[in-house]
Design a protein around this ligand. Structure first.
Ligand code: ZN
Length: 199
């Protein structure tokens, strides 16, 4: 497992259904296949129209954490609760165009908030700068309400953009293209860590 050998902490699995986003990627069987291949936590990001229908299958397949979109047309509170009852940390995700206000009612029941820094669907898109303000707003809200969740960023995250994300308050960085296209993934991860914690 290349990402594990290179020093990644989690393996982020993007699941798209061809409806919520136009792309179609992995199903529970891919998670089931990954499970014996790595000791890393499998962090499953469901970009699907009805995550409520898929949560049990992904957990059964070996997902360690499951995140769902606030924009999903399902009962978001009940789905987060189903993830929690299954013993996994629930996460809520919001797209670049969705305000923090939309996820406020769920913040006390999640362990992770994923702030999308591109519009979901395809890898390799440029980072959307104004999302940094949302990260800062969320970090301030967490502090003010004494809440307990990680702040994750996903989309266009590279050595160039990761420092600004960390400075705004993000502490879990998802990177695809920037790492998988790097000639030396371990060096790329080290450089990103350094960019998050400037001396
Ligand atoms: Zn993702």
């Amino acid at each position: 497992m290349r990402a594990e050998a290179a020093g990644a902490d989690w393996l982020h699995v993007d699941v798209m259904d061809g409806h919520f986003v136009p792309n179609l990627t992995v199903g529970p069987d891919v998670v089931r296949g990954l499970r014996p291949a790595t000791k890393l936590p499998l962090d499953v990001h469901l970009m699907v129209e009805r995550p409520d229908k898929f949560v049990p299958a992904f957990i059964e397949a070996g997902a360690d954490r499951v995140s769902i979109h606030i924009e999903s047309p399902c009962n978001v509170a009940a789905t987060l609760e189903a993830i929690r009852v299954a013993g996994k940390p629930p996460g809520i995700v919001l797209n670049p165009g969705t305000p923090i206000k939309a996820i406020q009612p769920h913040l006390d029941r999640v362990k992770l908030v994923l702030v999308m820094t591109v519009n979901p669907g395809f890898g390799g898109q440029p980072f959307i700068e104004p999302t940094l303000g949302k990260i800062a707003e969320l970090a301030a809200l967490r502090e003010a309400r004494n809440l307990d969740f990680d702040i994750q960023v996903d989309g266009g995250v590279s050595e160039k953009t990761v420092g600004a994300c960390a400075a705004a308050g993000a502490n879990v960085m998802v990177s695809g293209v920037a790492l998988f296209r790097a000639p030396d993934m371990a060096a790329a991860i080290t450089a990103m860590r350094r960019a998050c914690h400037p001396a």
